[in-house]
Design a protein around this ligand. Structure first.
Ligand code: UD1
Length: 341
């Protein structure tokens, strides 16, 4: 029998790409998603790519009674990958309680059920935001947390602490936290991708919407950073590469290869790229001219952050492989597909 993995937030951006990669290697998947920031039609995209349908349950993880009932039905889960969370930095500043309430209650409910129902493996969707502006670059997993810039960032820090404390007294529950740098791009089929609601906060969806004529121009937040071209530097990683790291993490736990509990890995390319470099690369690869202007820095942004990927490369045996050109092209193909361009 195939192993069965629960993916919370499985109709979301990173979740859906991970469901595809899990199913591609033969796992069965059940998704829980309340569709607060995703569409049910994503399930069709997943089915078209993989030739199989994921099981789907629509409810909110904060509803403990429903979650308990779910675990009573799906007794034979082999692992849980937990994506479901709010993720808008700006909104979290406006509505901190919404973020603490949702992101932390859902995590605690899940962990409690996993302990009660003896589900052994847990992967958590963390973020490089826990590092703030690191003292040293590239940043390793050993770097200490900096005071969070936003309630969103704080939920990721607190979540990692909750996981640490929980597995410390429940050694039968093994956890891996994956700290994502900047996931971008879409599946090469252009059947799934990122679906931002309203005005995108993130750089690449804003770029593709500008090229598609949905936004008039890109605002580049700051050209006075202490970087070669003055714009801020990030580590942009293809979402399919990122998704594959989840599959490797699940296998690692199933094969009992973990060396600590929890384990923590950076997921990035190891390469820093500036905002202006992304703009130029997008123009080159798509042939589209992008209208942009330089504006003030965005509050809460750090100057430069990119991953030391040695631990993930050596321990997980995983490495980002897809080129930045193919990645930007995949983001553009996805945008064109959903806009019928
Ligand atoms: C943010 C979050 C991060 C989260 C990630 C993905 C923080 C500080 N950052 O990362 O935790 O995991 O989103 O959701 O919590 N930019 C522009 N113009 C735009 C948009 C962005 O110039 O219209 C610039 C930004 O200033 C930044 C870079 O592009 O330098 C990347 O921004 P963005 O895509 O929003 O990601 P982060 O802020 O790095």
């Amino acid at each position: 029998m195939n192993k069965l993995i629960l993916v919370t937030g499985g109709t979301g951006y990173i979740g859906s790409h991970t469901v595809v990669e899990l199913m591609n290697v033969g796992f069965d998947v059940v998704i829980i998603d309340n569709l607060s920031n995703s569409e049910k039609s994503v399930l069709d995209g997943i089915a078209e790519i993989t030739g199989r349908r994921a099981y789907f349950e629509q409810f909110d993880l904060c509803d403990k009674e429903k979650l308990d009932n779910f675990f009573k039905v799906y007794k034979k889960l082999d692992a849980v990958i937990h994506f479901a969370a709010y993720k808008s930095v700006g909104e979290s500043v406006e509505k901190p309680l919404k973020y603490y309430q949702n992101n932390l209650t859902s995590l605690m409910n899940l962990l409690e059920c996993m302990v009660n129902f003896n589900i052994p493996h847990f992967v958590f969707s963390s973020s490089a935001t826990v590092y703030g502006q690191p003292d040293q670059l590239p940043v390793t997993e050993k770097a200490s947390f900096k005071p969070a810039d936003s309630p969103y960032g704080n939920t990721k820090q607190i979540a990692e602490e909750i996981i640490y404390d929980t597995v410390s007294v429940n050694p039968n529950l093994q956890a891996i936290s994956l700290r994502y740098f900047n996931p971008i791009g879409a599946h090469s089929s252009a059947l799934i991708g990122e679906l931002p609601t309203g005005v995108p906060d993130n750089l690449v969806p804003f770029i593709t919407q500008t090229a598609a004529g949905v936004r008039t121009e890109l605002k580049v937040f700051g050209d006075d950073y202490n970087t070669p071209d003055g714009s801020a530097i990030r580590d942009y990683i293809n979402v399919v590469d990122l998704a594959k790291a989840h599959v490797v993490s699940i296998k690692r736990m199933i094969e009992n290869k973990t060396k600590s509990n929890p384990e923590v890995f950076n997921l990035g390319t190891g390469k820093g790229t500036s905002v202006l470099e992304i703009v130029k690369a997008f123009e080159n690869v798509t042939g589209e001219k992008l209208k942009y202007k330089i504006v003030d820095r965005r509050e809460g942004d750090v100057e430069s952050v990119y991953a030391d990927t040695k631990l993930a490369n050596e321990e997980l045996g995983w490495k980002a492989e897809i080129s930045s050109e193919d990645t930007l092209l995949s983001a553009w193909n996805w945008e064109k597909n959903i806009r019928d361009i």
